[in-house]
Design a protein around this ligand. Structure first.
Ligand SMILES: *Cc1c(COP(=O)(O)O)cnc(C)c1O
Length: 390
């Protein structure tokens, strides 16, 4: 291939192992390569393009704002960011939001909120953030420290201190960890995404929430991947009947434009004062206008469709030849295959379906509005790839 991959390998830092696919354009859940090949998109740019490629409603919202004002700085008020913040709070019960540009930044804000809250309430020693083993919270030095996977840490020491990791779904261990040092907050993903699409158990989440409440330890949920309709609820924590103190999100909320959001609940709503935190691009009107249009469409009826599509995919995959297990919720699905996940992914790609992997699993994160017939086509390609040559 070609020209693009040559320029890329010469001039772009080699942080990504890219696949040999050069995407020219797309519409909905179909992507087109420069070579004319068409793919069904089962990754949506890693849970970002919530309504697929070049969605008409989203384009209209974004371009309308582009024609008004693209950026103002945070010295002035703008309409899309105010409306988006209001709608997010109305739909989550959270009280205030901070806008940044990425998942990592949303988590940085959560961590700063927790440190400041705990320092003021209990004293500066209460700085520890407890996260789970096998978690993923981002690539900045602080969110890497939060990430409970050693192999991401090795080359970048020293990381921000004050993070400890405890095994997922082990409440006793979590209590021990929180008691072993003065703890400000627990930060967790309801379904570990990069870690292999592993949901936390209802019991663990409920016990953790009750414990955090009792000890005035903040419960912070990383909804960067699980959020914004991905799991069939607006946010994944809503499956568990809990009300977190802090929720971070990014990826799918912008529908394809960069936007990170840290939502602050009752306890921490006033923790930040002018000067404590900021971001030049945070709350950018274009990104917020796109996000507002995404959020408006994630209504009850639409979320029920996500769940129905999910149920169909689970039933088609579970117990199929070459499929050992299916995990996840909504349209965030992990498939443990008998063959190595990378081989299945490659066979799917050759047959026009773009999947992802997460650890040892094939991972599906299709656009939330993918029509049933495309899901059926994609799943039949995936099933064939799982059993072929076994
Ligand atoms: C992707 C991801 C992040 C990091 O988001 P970026 O936008 O890449 O900074 C953080 N947490 C979770 C759970 C993620 O899936």
């Amino acid at each position: 291939m070609s020209h693009l991959s040559e320029i890329d390998s010469q001039y772009i830092a080699h942080t990504y192992a890219r696949f040999p696919v050069e995407i020219e354009s797309g519409k909905g859940s179909l992507l087109k390569g420069f070579d004319g090949k068409t793919y069904i998109d089962m990754g949506s740019g890693i849970a970002v393009n919530s309504f697929g490629a070049a969605d008409d409603v989203w384009i209209a919202a974004v371009t309308a704002q582009l024609g008004k004002i693209q950026h103002t700085s945070n010295l002035y008020y703008t309409e899309p960011c105010a409306k988006l913040a209001e709608m997010l709070c109305m739909r989550t019960g959270m009280k205030k939001v901070f806008f940044g540009n990425s998942g990592a930044e949303a988590n940085e804000c959560a961590i700063k909120a927790a440190r400041k809250y705990a320092a003021e309430k209990k004293g500066p020693a209460y700085s520890t953030i407890v996260t789970l083993e096998n978690s993923f919270h981002g690539r900045t030095l602080t969110t890497l420290a939060a990430t409970g996977q050693e192999h991401y840490h090795e080359l970048f020491q020293p990381l921000t201190p004050g993070f400890v990791h405890t095994p997922a779904n082990d409440f006793e261990a979590l209590v021990q960890t929180c008691e072993a040092q003065p703890t400000a907050a627990v930060l967790l993903e309801c379904i570990q995404g990069e870690g292999g699409v592993i949901p936390l158990t209802d019991e663990f989440v409920a016990q953790t929430a009750a414990y955090c409440k009792e000890k005035d330890i903040l419960l912070m949920i990383d909804e960067v991947q699980t959020g914004n309709g991905r799991t069939g609820k607006l946010y994944a924590y809503m499956h568990y009947g809990i009300q977190p103190d802090v929720v971070s999100t990014a990826k799918g909320i912008g529908g394809g434009l960069p936007l990170g959001i840290c939502m602050l609940g009752e306890k921490v709503q006033d923790v930040f004062q002018p000067g404590d935190h900021g971001s030049t691009f945070g709350g950018n009107p274009i990104c917020c206008a796109g996000a507002l249009s995404v959020l408006e469409r994630l209504d009850e009826a639409f979320l029920n469709e996500v769940s129905a599509k999910s149920a169909w995919i689970f039933s088609a995959l579970e117990g199929a030849p070459g499929v050992k297990a299916v995990t996840g919720k909504g349209l965030m699905i992990g498939i443990l295959t008998e063959k190595p996940a990378g081989e299945v992914l490659k066979a799917c790609m050759e047959n026009g379906v773009l999947c992802l992997t997460a650890k040892d699993k094939v991972r599906l994160l299709p656009p939330l509005n993918t029509p049933m017939e495309l899901l059926e086509q994609a799943v039949s390609v995936i099933l064939e790839a799982c059993k072929e040559g076994l």
